[in-house]
Design a protein around this ligand. Sequence first.
Ligand code: ADP
Length: 251
Amino acid sequence: MAGLEVRDVSVRYGASSGSVRGGGSAGVTTAVDQVSLTVAPGEVVALLGPSGCGKSSLLRAVAGLEPLSEGHVVYDGEDLAGVPVHKRRFGLMFQEGQLFPHRDVGRNVAYGLEIQELSRAEREARVTALLDLVGLAGYERRAVPTLSGGEQQRVALARALAPRPRLLLLDEPLSALDRQLRERLAGEVRVALVETGTTAVFVTHDHTEASAVADRVGVMDSGRLLQVAAPGELRAAPASDRVAEFLGLRG
Ligand code: ADP
C-alpha cells in the first residue's frame, strides 16, 4: 500500500526491549497499545486525545525516535525497522523553539534545502514560494527574534515543507498560541498541506483544531485508538461515550 501503515504498534517505557507481556508489570508504561492506522498519500490525519494518551509516543515511533515494543511502521510498502530517523525522509514540526535564532527567516526555510542539489536561484525561488504559501511573503530578511509566536510557527511550517518530506509529522504545533490565532492557523496549515499535497499526521488535544486540519481524525485514549473517521462522521456517529466526550459532544 502507498502511504503510511502503522500495524499493531505498541510503545512501552521502562520495558527492556519489548520483552514484557501485557504491560502490567511494575514500572512499565504502555504508552501506545497495539495501534493500527493508515494514512493515504496526500491525506492529513489528526491524532486527538487528552494529555498522556500516547499521541506523541505514536508520532515519535513513526518518526523512528522511539523504539517499537511491538508492530511495524511501513511506508510505501517498506518496513522501516532499521531505517534511522534521518533516512526516512519524514519532516517533523513541534510546538516551539525550532528555529535557528541567528539565521534570518529565509535561511531558516532554506536549511533543509542546503543538502539538496539545487542552484542558488532554485533555492531562493522555493523559499519565496513557501513564505508566500504560509502568508509571510517578503519576510526573507527578517530576524527570528522579531517574529510573533504565530509567525515563528509559520516559518517552522515553511521550513518543514521545504525539502518535500514524504510524510510530515506535526506534534501540537499550535499549542503555544492563543486560541483565536490557533483556530485561524489550523485552517491555514490545512491549506498549506493540501496545496503541497503533503501527507501528514497532526497531533493535538483540541478537537476544533483536529477537525479544521484533518481529512480524518483518530481519537486516542489510554494508548488505544478508539475510532478513526472524517470529522463530520465522528460527530454524527461517535463509536462510544468516550469518543463523544473528546469531541466536546458531552458534558
Ligand atoms: P500525549 O502525547 O498524548 O500527551 P505521551 O505519548 O507523551 O502522550 O505519553 C503517553 C504516556 O507515556 C504517559 O503516561 C507518559 O507519562 C508516558 N511517557 C511518555 N514519554 C515517556 C518517557 N520518555 N519515559 C517514560 N514514560 C513516558
